[in-house]
Design a protein around this ligand. Structure first.
Ligand code: PDD
Length: 277
């Protein structure tokens, strides 16, 4: 593995931070996850723009300009030399004696790791996955990619304990997103997915997929799918850096559509694949 901490690459085991880091004590920080295709980082500019937006939203000074990050990411990938890599970036507000409020002069802690990416097995992609719904108990700024992930952690663990792949979060009857992915519902041949805003993370994969769909003449409705939409859907799929485009074939024990990844899902997955070469 490759680790980077506050300006230098070092062995992962040596990459340690203070127990007073506000990331550790308060979850006071932001992050990104980027993956490579054919060894090249995918949609880096979009990820770095979102890192900047997340940092700005919590008044965190994100010290590295885009060019520095881009260069570090390339260097990390090169050092790691994996067939495909998963790059994790994290910036926290820094270390200080514990106090909810913070001083203006804290030095942010900047972290990057590069790990080997294990692609989703082809068999899982072709069969699709099962999901469950649960209440979305997260805070009011889910557009900020904050390292405060406790509600996502609990949702994901619920999926694991239930023996399904993903948890679909529902807020006041509206489908927001998954615990680690965005959710797209297909009804009458068009896509329905939660609009950008404080209730969801504006997914980089989501943006690529919606653009591809529109380019191919598929109608896209950015409105919250209802739970009714979810269960009446012809198809449901997830989007995300780690899941790519992944068909959901069962939700809360009920079969979605034909019980296989849908036709549109498969076409969109193909269009998406073509972007990654
Ligand atoms: N998560 N929604 C949530 C809550 C997420 O955590 C993610 C990604 C997405 C998809 O966004 P994108 O397409 O930009 O990856 C949507 C990353 C992979 C993670 O936390 O590991």
């Amino acid at each position: 593995e490759v680790a980077f901490l506050n300006g230098r690459f070092l062995p992962l085991a040596d990459a340690t931070v203070s127990i007073e880091d506000r990331g550790f004590q308060f979850g006071d920080g932001v992050y990104e996850v980027i993956r490579t295709y054919r060894g090249r980082p995918f949609e880096v500019a979009a990820h770095l723009a979102r890192l900047d937006r997340s940092a700005r939203a919590i008044q965190l000074h994100q010290p590295y300009p885009e060019a520095r990050w881009s260069q570090l990411i390339l260097e990390g990938i090169e050092r790691a030399a994996y067939p495909e890599s998963k790059i994790y970036l994290q910036v926290t507000r820094g270390a200080a004696p514990r106090d909810h409020s913070y001083a203006a002069d804290l030095v942010p802690t900047v972290v990057m790791t590069v790990r080997e990416l294990q692609p989703i097995a082809a068999a899982v992609k072709s069969r699709g996955v099962a999901a469950m719904t649960t209440e979305d108990i997260r805070w009011g700024r889910c557009d900020v990619k904050s390292i405060n992930l406790l509600a996502n952690v609990l949702a994901r663990q619920q999926a694991k304990q239930t023996g399904v792949y993903e948890t679909i979060l529902v807020k006041d009857g509206s489908v927001t997103e998954g615990s680690v992915s965005n959710v797209v519902v297909v009804r009458d041949g068009s896509l329905i997915t939660a609009p950008e805003g404080p209730r969801i993370l504006s997914g980089v994969t989501r943006a690529v997929v919606l653009r591809l769909a529109r380019d191919h003449g598929v109608a896209v409705h950015e409105r919250y799918p209802s739970q009714g939409d979810l269960f009446a859907a012809e198809e449901v799929f997830l989007t995300g850096t780690t899941v790519e485009v992944l068909g959901v074939v069962e939700i809360d024990g009920k079969t979605v559509g034909s019980g296989q990844p849908g036709r549109l899902t498969n076409r969109i997955a193909e269009w998406f694949s073509a972007q990654t070469v």
